[in-house]
Write a protein that binds this ligand. Sequence first.
Ligand code: FAD
Length: 365
Amino acid sequence: MDKINIAIIGSGLMGRLLALYLHRAGYAIELFDKSDKRGTGSAARAAGGLLTPLSESLIAEPEIVNMGLVSLGLWPKILANLDGFTFFQQQGSLIVSHEQDKGEQQRFVRHLNKHWQNSELTTLDRQQLKTLEPELAQRFSSALYLPNEGQLGNRKLLSALTRQLEQEHINWQLGAEVSQVKAHQFCLNGCVKTADLVIDCRGTGAIGELPQLRAVRGELFQLLAPEVNITRPVRLMHPRYNLYIAPKPHHHYVVGATEIESNDSSEMTVRSALELLSAAYSVHSGFAEAKILEQVSACRPAFSDNKPRIKWQAGLLQINGLYRHGFLLAPVLLEHALFVISQQYPRLTDFTLSQYFAGLLTEVT
Ligand SMILES: Cc1cc2nc3c(=O)[nH]c(=O)nc-3n(C[C@H](O)[C@H](O)[C@H](O)COP(=O)(O)OP(=O)(O)OC[C@H]3O[C@@H](n4cnc5c(N)ncnc54)[C@H](O)[C@@H]3O)c2cc1C
């Protein structure tokens, strides 16, 4: 029997994962991206790599938190199959606030205790914080600790996926801008191409073709801070902005916060930069001497409810709207997509995640 031909459009986060897994499942894959192997311009390359579902629970829907909790358990299995991937950790995350903002922290404790009783949330006093993250105890008298949260190196993941796609000789066309993505066909350089199944993973590149898809701008700095020794993801709770710090190996830190309803991915304003870096400095004075390696402004793809969608019709699968949770949710979305494809043209036309999630939860627990 001839192999099923699958064309995957977009090789950011979801496109690369799907290409690898579908190839391994025996489908004939062709991957197309308008950009390069590094993922320049993708949200995946811009991201912080936080895997912190409970920390997100104040602003994210319960389904997102639940899917994130399941995904956290799936990531090690995915990463174990990638040659040379180097940065994943699950040593918990910390939430801190300055004395005048302790009300925010208490609000978060009430929220977690009410909605997520199994969070294993612990309130650390200064001494306990000193044991876990000594340098944070210099500024903060207490912190909240969520022991199961994690993070991964998003750029290292993209590189490892690149290596794996190459080693497994998966057909990958770069600099290939695709338009008019439809069931069984799409347009490349003015020519209509066909496939048994087309998978649309273009992220914000699908705006205009996918109803209600919008861009939400995010900004962050990549810093090299030799004077800072923080080993876990940290969030600063503040009435106006939520700062996050994602530590990477060798004193590299990603410091991010802002979320702006805009499809503009041009450079950051001075105001944004001042707010972001001042907040980082308020967490650790060692950030004053940090070198700014990169300023990142990029857009996340989001639907109006900020929830991801996997939309199926015969010959076309669209996966989009991963918003600020792409890494957090990718394993669950990958499993879901593989399930739908392996079922070959199921009768459902718009499979909602919550339906699938119920099934997945039973399977995982
Ligand atoms: C600043 C920032 C911080 C973030 N931090 C986190 C975080 O800490 N944790 C987390 O879980 N998530 C985070 N995210 C979200 C995460 O990065 C996204 O949800 C995820 O990358 C979306 O994956 P995707 O594959 O749908 O899209 P993308 O990763 O954006 O990939 C889309 C790909 O499609 C290609 N493409 C687009 N249009 C076309 C076209 N016409 N033809 C061919 N190719 C095309 C692009 O070049 C790109 O490679 C962050 C995002 C941003 C912007």
